[in-house]
Design a protein around this ligand. Structure first.
Ligand code: NAD
Ligand code: ZN
Length: 352
């Protein structure tokens, strides 16, 4: 089969590799129909994620058909159309039974690490992928959901919702600010209404992404990178600050921005993945009774989000900006890697 193989920092190719096989009775093989690229894949290619070894097939998002199952897989059969979750979960360890799939103790990949696809084991940017703990890591799809809608549920929709809206404890009537209107920030914006946010302020450097945020539920937008950005946010909250500030970029500046606009008693929900240390001004924050949360997505809300996509309550397909076929994989990376120029959000790569 062919797959997108990482060969060290800056090096990747769409190339011939051996087909995966069933290694454990809990595995399934899935023939990919649609996959996509995540900002995390770009981080890996820059060499920012040293746990990814050379020769690794990248990708942790995808939709496909089950082509083989291990002896103990009960919930799926060959031919089923499925959504692949970016997080593996055995479903039965102590962490999985609490819904903390991101720290599944099953020993596949690494015990205690839920994100293994395209990281510690071969991923979904391939014609076929091996999925461990298939019963709990795949979701059956009906014709009511398109491949493009479904693939948004592998990672970004649960990430924005769980790490932004749920960890941020958004409540009815809240003013929510989302710093960073990339796919993940937009997913937070799209799901903030589920918990009744009264006002959703999108903050980004990119005017095009701010425009997109309005289509997905943002009530206000603020251009970052200009001196008045903070005054503009404060003016939208009568000077009080926002109830929930969501950081969806992953750099020190934007985390600090979140702490500067949160009101007393409010929540800062960090979603971004940070590659370097981030200052935390406890000496100023402690007196504001601020809550701070962070984490790796669990994907335990995927079945619920799938229902909302199915009933067209969440316009997941609006995140798709570009479409490619498997033999154009390198072009897809190029377009996604130059998002500011190409206006790419999610690029879809399909079998044909
Ligand atoms: P992205 O790079 O596409 O989007 C980031 C956005 O931030 C861009 O639109 C950019 O213009 C904006 N930005 C940059 N600097 C800014 C500034 N100073 N002020 C305001 N906006 C600024 O990334 P994405 O794919 O949307 O992912 C967002 C973050 O979420 C990344 O750090 C990613 O690694 C992380 N992530 C976390 C999890 C998790 O489980 N916690 C899962 C997936 C992704
Ligand atoms: Zn587990």
């Amino acid at each position: 089969m062919k797959a997108l193989v990482y060969s060290g920092p800056g090096k990747k190719s769409w190339t011939e590799v051996p087909d995966p096989t069933i290694l454990k009775p809990t595995d399934a093989l899935v023939e990919l129909v649609t996959t996509t690229i995540c900002g995390t894949d770009l981080h890996i290619l820059k060499g920012d994620v040293p746990s990814v070894q050379e020769g690794r097939i990248l990708g942790h998002e995808g939709v496909g058909r089950v082509s083989a199952i291990g002896a103990s897989v009960k919930n799926f059969k060959v031919g089923d159309r499925v959504l692949i979750s970016c997080i593996k979960s055995c479903g039965s360890c102590e962490n999985c039974t609490k819904g903390l799939y991101s720290h599944c103790l099953g020993d596949e990949g690494a015990a205690g690490m839920g994100w293994i696809l395209g990281h510690l084991i071969d991923g979904t940017q391939a014609e076929i992928v091996r999925i461990p703990y298939a019963d709990n890591s795949l979701h059956k799809l009906t014709d009511a959901v398109t491949d493009e809608e479904a693939v948004m549920l592998s990672d970004i929709l649960p990430t924005g919702f769980e790490m932004g809206i749920q960890y941020g404890q958004v409540k009815p009537g809240d003013v929510v600010a989302v710093i960073g209107a990339g796919p993940v920030g937009l997913a937070a914006i799209m799901t903030a209404n589920l918990y009744g946010a009264a006002r959703i302020i999108a903050i980004d450097l990119d005017a095009n992404r701010l425009e997109k945020s309005k289509e997905l539920g943002a009530t206000d937008t603020v251009l970052s990178g200009q001196p008045q950005w903070k005054e503009q946010v404060m003016a939208l909250t009568d000077g009080a600050g926002v109830d929930v500030a969501i950081e969806a970029v992953g750099i020190p500046d934007t985390f600090t921005m979140a702490t500067e606009i949160v009101r007393p008693g409010g929540h800062v929900a960090n979603v971004g993945v940070h590659g370097k240390s981030v200052p935390l001004h406890l000496e100023q924050l402690w007196i504001h009774n601020v809550f701070i949360s962070m984490g790796l997505v669990n994907t335990n809300t995927t079945p619920m989000l799938l229902k909302l996509v199915k009933s067209k309550k969440l316009p997941a397909a609006k995140l798709v900006t570009h479409r490619f076929t498997f033999d154009q994989f390198m072009d897809a990376y190029d377009t996604f890697g130059r998002a500011a120029e190409t206006k790419a959000l999610k690029v879809i790569i399909s079998k044909n």
